[in-house]
Design a protein around this ligand. Structure first.
Ligand code: ADP
Ligand code: MG
Length: 903
């Protein structure tokens, strides 16, 4: 080193010239306008963002990996004379003369000879701390904030103001603040602590041992080099994040205290050690900066989110070097020579490296010391480096001053290639993406859940709608079906009725033929008998005549005998007269029967054979009289009969004394009454009155039966019904019923009343005269034919009553109920004989249509029958009627609900 030092001295002059040449040779971009101080050029938002081209660092943003050239900038600072120098050197001029306007320093070799050196900045003893910071450090700080590495280093003899320049805290007077404090102020003012970070390490290098000034126990920190980039790092060093200036000052004080303690322990002086402050600034690149940094500016949102944050990591290293004076001058410190060598190893290694770099030597002995390893990037690396060399004015230290100047001159030749320390923050990106992924998964799960819920809801809705539609469809179908069924049933019923009517007509004719044939046979027999009687009578008459002749001959002989014979004769004549009357009557009957047989045969010839109907109209056939007929075609038409005998005559025979005559007569009348065409004539001729009278005047049951049958036939006509009623028909019929033994008689009577029951006008009268009671009285006979007529009567009555109620002509409960018909109705509602059952079912339906009857029907058990009918009735129309009746009655519905019958 000593020899090296001599070289420096020798080379000072040479180098000074070279340095001048070198400086003027440099491209203007690096040092184009040295007179313009960079730090005066503050922008509105940040005074640091724009660096003047004339700043010490110069240059713009590095755009490619190769970097931009950036020479090490060197400023020289002269310390003012201190008190001791003012006294001791009072008679001597300073060894240097500064020409700051020319950035020149003149070193007095002796009284007549000076060497002139140019520097990037020449700072006189009057230069303020502020100016020194702005000229020396600020461009470097700006670069670091832009993502470059930067170094500010002070070199000089002990006591020349290195620490004053770099490390003053300015606690008493802020104007005294050194570069470190001012740099941190600018850094903190520029960064955004939300996205950027500033952290600090503070170290001391002494005798090749690197100590952590923030943690004194860390006294041998190793330097780690990245084999690829060659970047160094100190993983063992304490790194403290800085958030404000106050805590930074605290940290500096702490570091200083630790430095003092460490040096005391090592018996060292701070002037012998190097202090290094490392400020790491990590900044996220956003917005305009990012677009600028990106390869091609058109980034989509997708790639944006997947792209790692671009970060710029600038590192500012502030180095307060150990005193540059030679060790032998400081021998008083009590170190051995070896120790002294070690103490200065780093500094001399730095000198060697700078020499090598200045001379573009192939080998730069960076690895020779820890300091050179630590400052590898600062000299000949990628950092922007600014060196301030400090000198004192005293001529006594001219040698050291010269040495310092020469160091500065060589350092000015060192060319760095500035590189932006920009990288993608993959770790943060991975963390960010992890979080995003978690959020996306959560969001997806949430959406999935919501989607599934929605699907479920829609499915349920759809199912409900489908089932509702199905229900609607089913009920519509059911309605349609019922409607068609009802229509079908109605048309079937109409057809049935038509068919029944036809059947009845045909059956009636056949029946008439059969009974007429029988009657004709019977009449033939009677006629035969009468004929033989007549013959016998004639014979007797002849006999008597001959006896008279004989007696006449013996008249004279025996008067008494004559008288006796005359009397006998008279008797015989009376007998004869009587027989003749009978014969003529029989002849009349025979004629009529022949006529009827004729008529019947003619009719039968027109129609086909038919089943005998079981309905009411078959009464007619049975009501016909049975007479004999010759059967040989000698029959006169009824017109002839009426003409020959006259209806009046026939009717008058109804009142004949002879019971047989009456029977025959009534049969004839009944027969005639069976023909609708005869009915009016019979009634006009008083036949109905006679028939009714016959019911009261005779006790003969045959007459009763036949007459009742005839009345029943006549009772099919409305006018006749009124007549029957006005003639007291009900009481006559009731009486007849009461005395009858033959069920057929009862059947005729019941049939007659049943017809009357179907007359709307006669309801009250009929009931008033005991018609209903009479009907009910007949049920005890039990014969199904009778019961069927009773049921028909009740159904007719119920129908008329219902109609009257509906029309408002009747109020109050049914007269049928009043007269106690309900129990029998209920009892027979399910009678096994279908005619009875059908009539009763209809009757129940009629009764049930009026709320006024409902209570009695419920108590009487009719509700059950109605329910049964509405469910089981084989006749669909009645079934429907029952159902409709039930559902339209609130009383029934309430009762059904009460009984919990699902209806
Ligand atoms: P070094 O660190 O180089 O050994 P110091 O910074 O300790 O030197 O300075 C030595 C002395 O000189 C200190 O008392 C300091 O205050 C003073 N000093 C140094 N430079 C200046 C200056 N520019 N103006 C006034 N005093 C100074
Ligand atoms: Mg110092």
């Amino acid at each position: 080193m000593a020899s090296g030092g001599g070289n420096y001295r020798n080379g000072t002059h040479r180098n000074s010239l070279k340095g001048t040449t070198a400086a003027t040779d440099r491209p203007l971009s690096v040092n184009s306008n040295p007179s313009k101080p960079a730090l005066k050029n503050k922008s509105a938002s940040s005074g640091l963002r724009k660096s003047s081209p004339g700043s010490l660092g110069g240059g713009g943003t590095a755009k490619d990996d190769a970097g931009v050239p950036g020479r090490v900038r060197v400023a020289v600072r002269l310390r003012p004379r201190n008190a001791e120098e003012s006294v001791a050197d009072a008679d001597f001029a300073d060894c240097v003369e500064l020409q700051p306007e020319f950035k020149r320093l003149k070193l007095r070799k002796n009284n007549w000879d000076t060497d002139t050196y140019e520097f990037d900045e020449v700072l006189t003893e009057f230069a303020s701390q502020k100016r020194v910071y702005e000229v020396v450090a600020k461009p470097v700080v700006e670069s670091v904030l832009d993502g470059y590495n930067g170094t500010v280093m002070a070199y000089g003899q002990t006591g020349t103001g290195k620490t004053y320049t770099l490390g003053r805290l300015g606690e008493e007077d802020t104007a005294d603040r050194g570069i470190i404090v001012r740099a941190m102020e600018d850094i903190l003012a520029d960064v955004s602590l939300e996205t950027d970070s500033v952290s600090v390490s503070y170290l001391q290098l002494y005798m090749e041992s690197l100590q952590d000034l923030l943690d004194p126990t860390n006294d041998n920190i190793s330097i780690v080099e990245d084999p690829k980039s060659g970047d160094i790092s100190l993983p063992g060093a304490t790194l403290v994040e800085i958030r404000d200036q106050r805590s930074f000052l605290e940290l500096l004080r702490l570091g200083e205290a630790h430095r003092y303690a460490a040096n005391t322990k090592l018996n060292a002086e701070s002037s012998r050690s190097h202090a290094l402050l490392m400020v790491h600034i990590k900044r996220s690149v956003k917005g305009r900066d990012l677009a600028h940094s990106s390869q091609n500016g058109n980034t989509t949102n997708m790639t944006k989110s997947l792209r790692p944050t671009l970060v710029r990591k600038g590192k500012l290293v502030v180095v307060d070097l150990a005193g540059s004076e030679r060790i032998d001058k400081s021998g008083s410190e009590g170190h051995t020579l070896e120790e002294a060598k070690s103490i200065n190893l780093s500094l001399s290694a730095l000198g060697k490296c700078i020499n090598a770099l200045a001379e573009n030597s192939a080998h730069v002995p960076v690895r020779d010391s820890k300091l050179t390893r630590l400052l590898r990037d600062s000299f000949g690396g990628t950092a922007r480096t600014s060196l301030v060399i400090t000198i004192g004015p005293s001529p006594r230290h001219r040698g050291e001053t010269t040495s310092t100047i020469m160091f500065g001159q060589r350092a000015m030749k060192v060319e760095n290639m500035l590189k932006l320390k920009e990288e993608f923050d993959y770790k943060s990106l991975a963390r960010k993406l992890d979080i995003q992924l978690d959020q996306l998964i959560m969001e997806h799960e949430r959406k999935q859940k919501a989607f599934e819920d929605e699907i479920e809801r829609i499915t349920t809705d759809a199912q409900n709608q489908i089932s509702e539609a199905e229900q609607n469809y089913a009920s519509a179908m059911e309605k349609e079906r019922l409607k068609y069924q009802k229509e079908y049933m109605e048309s079937i019923k109409k057809l049935e009725d038509k068919w029944m009517m036809n059947q009845q007509k045909h059956g009636e004719k056949k029946d008439q033929m059969i009974s007429t044939a029988k009657e004709v046979a019977e009449l033939k027999k009677l006629l035969d008998k009468e004929t033989s009687l007549r013959k016998a009578a004639e014979e007797e008459v002849n006999n008597l005549k001959s006896q008279i002749a004989q007696l006449k001959m013996s008249e004279t002989s025996a008067n008494s005998e004559v008288l006796k014979l005359q009397k006998t004769l008279e008797d015989e004549a009376y007998q004869k007269e009587k027989l003749e009357g009978e014969i003529s009557m029989l002849q009349t009957q025979l004629l009529q029967l022949s006529f009827e047989a004729d008529e019947t045969r003619r009719r039968l010839d027109r129609g086909g054979p038919r089943k005998v109907p079981g309905g009411l109209d078959s009464l007619i056939s049975q009501a016909r009289p049975q007479v004999n007929d010759s059967g040989n075609g000698e029959k006169a038409p009824i017109a002839n009969l009426f003409e020959q005998v006259g209806l009046q005559k026939i009717l008058s025979l109804l009142e004949a004394e002879d019971a047989d005559v009456r029977i025959h007569a009534v049969k004839v009348v009944a027969n005639l009454a069976a023909e609708e065409s005869n009915q009016q004539k019979i009634v006009e001729a008083g036949g109905l009155t006679s028939l009714l009278a016959l019911l009261g005047s005779t006790e003969d049951e045959t007459i009763h039966r036949v007459a009742a049958g005839a009345i029943a036939n006549l009772a099919m006509n409305e006018t006749n019904q009124e007549l029957i009623m006005s003639e007291g028909g009900i009481s006559l019929l009731s009486m007849t019923a009461a005395n009858a033994e033959d069920p057929q008689t009862l059947r005729m009577v019941a049939g007659a009343i049943a017809n009357l029951c179907g007359n709307d006008k006669l309801q009250n009268k009929l009931r008033g005269e005991g018609g209903i009671k009479a009907l009910l009285g007949m049920v005890k006979c039990g014969h199904p034919d009778v019961l069927s007529q009773v049921a028909r009567g009740i159904a007719n009555f119920a129908k008329c009553e219902s109609r009257a109620s509906t029309q408002g002509n009747k109020t109050g409960r049914s007269l049928l109920i009043e007269d106690g018909a309900l129990p029998w109705i209920v009892q027979n509602a399910n009678n096994e004989a279908s005619p009875i059952r059908r009539h009763i079912e209809l009757a129940l339906c009629h009764l049930a249509q009026h709320e006024v009857n409902a209570k009695d029907m419920i108590t009487g058990g009719a509700l059950w029958e109605l329910v049964r009918i509405s469910r089981d009735c084989s006749r669909e129309d009645i079934k429907t009627l029952a159902h409709r009746t039930l559902t339209s009655s609130p009383t029934f519905l309430a009762e059904l609900r009460r009984l919990r019958i699902d209806y």
